[in-house]
Ligand binder design. Structure first.
Ligand code: BES
Ligand code: MN
Ligand code: ZN
Length: 489
């Protein structure tokens, strides 16, 4: 990922400049180069300052040749500023340039500190890559861009950037966790990578198999028993209220570090995708990092149920009945519906321990979610309209979009079992909804709960606005904004 620096004036010899241009705003910019030249180039490229559009040209002035990138900031709203920053870094990332100077001194009206910080956040997020296993990348394909230098940033930029930097770091953590393959990232190593949150003031507690057995987590442990990797329950607590707010907001993440399906084995085609079946847990960890990093004035607990779903000789069988920590029994019809078995015990544990009023879980829970919404929205299920509206609004404002689905008794009865309290799958129809109904059976009386099924959102086959193809970091900015808008007043 590129780094951000600030400079009061344009350094001597800077040979790659960028200038942000609002929609139809070229006239408000003092342009370099021969009179009319840049305007002509912009016109030839049909550049009008639309967010994320780019004109890239070379100019000569006083005997020095330099590169100029005009980047459209559209409405100059925060999302458009991010788009502009992202377009700039996407354009220059492997261009051979090592630094780009974003020159704000040429603008008749400088953007605000927050606007500049969001542009920079977009640039950093779009430049994130996971190249650790590429040892033979051709020189010309290697990222060259290392620095974004903002020249003439407005007053207050340090505070505005500190906040955005924390969020960017959180997203980067999530993306790394999601991108790592399952031979590298398993419950224990996931926990190890989150230990650095301690440096930010996050309190960390880890339960191993013995502690979970003592707590009675038969559902989670049933999933883990087919793997040689020990399951872990990772608990992260950030209290930015210094004890003033007793009950935390709770986030729960599905952390299946690899999902083979277990004995209900998945078909081989595409099974490698199941390395990112810990995307919910990844988002929770990244959100905790963002919140602590920017010292959010809120009390938040993030908990990740970490297991590997494998089919060895000790694996649970279809038809097994397990007893969850809540005491409710579950007939395991399909060992591939494992996420809900992991989440239910994590939810019970966290409610018993912290007595939250609000609990949001995130999970790559069902393939059916992708059939419903594709890769544009995550599914939202909730027992509370206000909570659903808050999450939807938070998601919309950062571009992590959510779409609400119905839940209710008619769906709930589809998971009744003839021999236990419930079964872990319903019929094929409404598969994402019956999964949510299963989870709801583990929500304590009075708790406002939402479930985000983000199966279609954590991994992208194509580059998006703020990411290259691969891990997106979906959920981190959503949770951060949800906390900022509702719990930091
Ligand atoms: N992790 C999968 C869901 C998933 C599938 C996420 C594809 C992303 C892409 C989950 O554990 C699963 O296997 N769900 C089953 C449930 C079924 C057995 C009721 C599914 O969706 O097929
Ligand atoms: Mn599964
Ligand atoms: Zn799964």
């Amino acid at each position: 990922m590129i780094s951000l620096r600030f400079s009061a004036t344009l350094p001597q010899g800077a040979d790659c400049l960028a200038i942000p241009v609002a929609k139809d705003g070229l006239a408000l910019v003092t342009l370099p180069g021969a009179p009319g030249l840049v305007q002509a180039a912009a016109k030839a490229a049909r550049f009008d300052g639309a967010a994320g559009s780019v004109v890239d040209l070379h100019l000569a002035e006083a005997g020095q040749v330099f590169r100029l990138v005009l980047v459209g900031t559209g409405t100059e709203r925060a999302d458009d500023m991010e788009k502009a920053g992202a377009a700039l870094s996407a354009r220059l990332l492997t261009s051979g340039e090592t630094a780009v100077h974003l020159d704000l001194t040429r603008l008749a009206q400088r953007p605000s500190a927050h606007q500049v910080a969001r542009l920079a956040a977009g640039a950093l997020l779009r430049s994130w890559r996971h190249d650790v296993y590429r040892t033979r990348l051709a020189e010309a394909k290697k990222p060259s861009l290392a620095d974004l230098v903002v020249v003439g940033a407005p007053e207050g930029i340090e505070a505005a950037w500190a906040e955005q930097a924390a969020i960017v770091e959180g997203v980067a953590l999530t993306r790394t966790l999601v991108a790592e393959p399952a031979n590298i990232l398993y419950p224990e190593s996931f926990v190890a990578r989150c230990q650095k949150l301690k440096d930010l003031g996050v309190e960390i507690e880890v339960l191993g198999e013995a502690e979970m057995r003592a707590a009675g987590m038969g559902a989670l442990l049933g999933v883990a028993q087919g793997s040689i990797r020990e399951p872990k329950l990772l608990v992260m607590r950030w209290d930015g209220t210094k004890g003033a707010v007793e009950k935390p907001v709770v986030f729960v993440g599905k952390g299946v570090t690899f999902d083979t399906g277990g004995i209900s084995l998945k078909p081989p085609g595409g099974m490698e995708d199941m390395k990112w079946d810990m995307g919910g847990a990844g988002a929770v960890a990244g959100a905790m990092m963002a919140l602590a990093g920017r010292k959010a004035k809120a009390h938040v607990v993030g908990i990740c149920g970490l297991v590997e779903n494998m089919p060895d000789g000790g694996a649970q069988r279809p038809g097994d009945v397990v007893t969850s920590m809540s005491g409710q029994t579950i007939e395991v019809i399909n060992t591939d519906a494992e996420g809900r078995l992991v989440l239910c015990d994590a939810m019970t544990w966290v409610q018993k321990r912290f007595k939250p009023e609000i609990m949001v879980d995130l999970a790559t829970l069902t393939g059916a979610m992708i059939i419903s919404l594709g890769h544009e929205y995550g599914g939202l299920f909730s027992n509370n309209d206000d909570l659903a509206a808050q999450l939807t609004a938070a998601g919309k404002s950062v571009g992590d979009n959510l779409w609400r689905f119905p839940i209710g008794p008619a769906y709930d009865k589809l998971i009744d079992s003839p021999i236990a309290d419930m079964k872990n799958v319903g019929p094929r129809e409404g598969g994402s909804i019956t999964a949510a109904q299963f989870l709801q059976r583990f929500v304590d009386e009075g708790v406002k709960w939402a479930h985000l099924d983000i199966a279609g959102m954590v991994w992208a086959a194509k580059p998006g606005t703020l990411w290259d193809k691969g891990a997106t970091g979906f959920g981190v900015r959503l949770l951060d904004r949800f906390v900022a808008d509702n719990f930091e007043g």
